[in-house]
Design a protein around this ligand. Structure first.
Ligand code: LLP
Length: 448
């Protein structure tokens, strides 16, 4: 397993993160447990801020909160000077409750409801990223009711296919997101938006996909979008002040993943936009990027306790942990690969190849196939790395398992930022209708 951020092996032979012994974390907080390396999240935020905003000016970094969000994370992002991308009333509500400055919030989504748009207008979020023609009209209607002018970006689908899993790529025309550029719908939307008195078109947005390694995809996207900016200005006279190029920067999960550096990504994006603006005699727009995974992904590690070990001679050894697809649905959903070590045997050579399964009632509940590990035993602590993005945020209660707790670790201190769900939490929204209660009484009476 690759050691990310502050990870190290301590002199007890245990994996340590943020100065905390992970075996002690598991004992103290229980498992499964999401452990987030706070220093690494902050470092990633800083690297983005420095390489886009400080180095080039006229740039903004917006953390895509769908990757991992809770109140503490909103506070951290605010402190690090980034903005926030939210895609639902729930994400917006969390941000507002964390007192995140509304002006730095961008509201995304392909099917925002009337209530969500109202909430965004009421909170005066910085930008609403309009996804489709119906939303454009709806937002005009609501903004007029609020007697305000909403600052918007229009989400464009540039027709770019980035090399990534089909479910996570979004730039191609056949997508539920955005106004397609090649069909002319994007240009029509801009013309329409410019007629709507309660909307102010600040710029354009696009997002070509997620877990992208090829920086060329970003260069190409920036060019395609700048061509479109030129066309928009020539056709409508609109000065495109802002160009949001979305997120998607890939990270290392397992061998075969070869991410570039954030700084290289920044240089390519920012330089391409500048060059294209110069060539075309356009104002250089403010560039916005929306990283999610690359800020939190490598900073997360999930700790599990090993339970049942089942060997099928000559075939495979299944090592079961006390979580699985409910806390990390990515292997089941996307065939995602992960690396792991036994946290309490971190110096023991990985001499046994095993497959890690969860405890959910589903054969597809596999976390890692064929991974070399130190010989595992019941009670060992398994640490799976790079689980910081789209794990906690995509976790679920299948089989009525509670979601794990989340702890932030830093300088030897561990703080719970999300509590573990207990059995009572699982019942929180359940209601037995009165008529069922009555029937039960009758049945019980007749059983006597
Ligand atoms: N901006 C927009 C408009 C997006 O749709 C996304 C991700 C991002 C930014 C952030 O992308 P990132 O930097 O995190 O790649 N659940 C999938 C990923 C879905 C991504 C959805 N949109 C997974 O687990 O891989």
């Amino acid at each position: 397993m690759r050691l990310n951020g502050t990870m190290r092996i301590n002199d007890r032979g245990h994996l340590e993160i943020g100065g905390c012994d992970t075996v002690e974390l598991a004992q103290h907080f229980g498992t499964p447990l999401y452990v987030m390396d706070e220093a690494l999240i902050r470092e990633n935020c800083c690297r983005y801020y420095r390489s886009f905003v400080e180095k080039f000016g006229k740039a903004e970094v917006i953390y895509a909160s769908k990757a991992f969000m809770n109140l503490a994370m909103c506070c951290l992002v605010e402190e690090e000077g980034l903005g926030l991308d939210v895609v639902s009333g729930g994400e917006l509500y969390t941000a507002l409750r964390a007192k995140f400055p509304p002006q730095r919030i961008y509201f995304h989504g392909n099917n925002k409801s009337r209530e969500e748009l109202r909430m965004a207008l009421e909170a005066k979020v910085g930008r609403i990223v309009v996804d489709n023609a119906q939303e454009l009209e709806l937002l005009q209607e609501l903004a007029a009711q609020f007697d305000t002018r909403a600052n918007i970006l229009l989400r464009i689908t540039p027709g770019i296919e980035a090399h990534t899993h089909e479910y996570i790529r979004t730039g191609q025309i056949d997508s539920k997101f955005g106004f397609p550029l090649p069909t002319g719908q994007a240009m029509s939307a801009i013309k329409r938006a410019l007629q709507l008195p309660s909307l102010v078109v600040r710029g354009l947005h696009c997002h070509i996909g997620s877990q992208i390694f090829e920086l060329e995809s970003y260069r190409y996207t920036a060019r395609v979008m700048m061509d479109f900016v030129a066309e928009v200005t020539a056709t409508t006279g609109l000065i495109v002040e802002e160009l949001d190029l979305g997120g998607g920067f890939g990270i290392y999960y397992a061998s075969n993943d070869s991410p570039a550096e954030i700084e290289e990504y920044a240089d390519i994006v920012m330089e391409t936009v500048r060059e294209e603006a110069m060539k075309k005699g356009l104002l250089v727009p403010k560039v916005i990027v929306e990283p999610g995974r690359s800020i939190v992904g490598p900073a997360g590690t999930t700790l599990y306790t090993i339970g049942t070990i089942k060997e099928i001679p000559g075939i495979r050894t299944y090592v079961a942990v006390d979580g699985g697809m409910g806390d990390n649905p990515r292997p089941a959903l996307y065939g995602a690969r992960y690396e792991a070590i036994i946290a309490n045997k971190a110096t023991v050579p990985p001499t046994q190849v095993v497959s890690i399964t969860g405890k959910y009632c589903e054969s597809g509940d596999m976390l890692i196939w064929d991974i070399p590990l130190a010989p595992p035993s019941r009670g060992d602590i398994l640490a799976v790395s790079a689980t910081g993005a789209y794990n906690y945020s995509m976790s679920m209660n299948y089989n009525r398992l509670g979601r794990p707790a989340v702890v932030f670790v830093r300088d030897g201190e561990a703080d719970v930022v999300v509590e573990r769900e207990g059995y009572e939490d699982l019942l929180r929204n359940d209601i037995i209708p009165e008529r069922m209660k009555r029937k039960r009484v009758v049945k019980l009476a007749s059983m006597k």
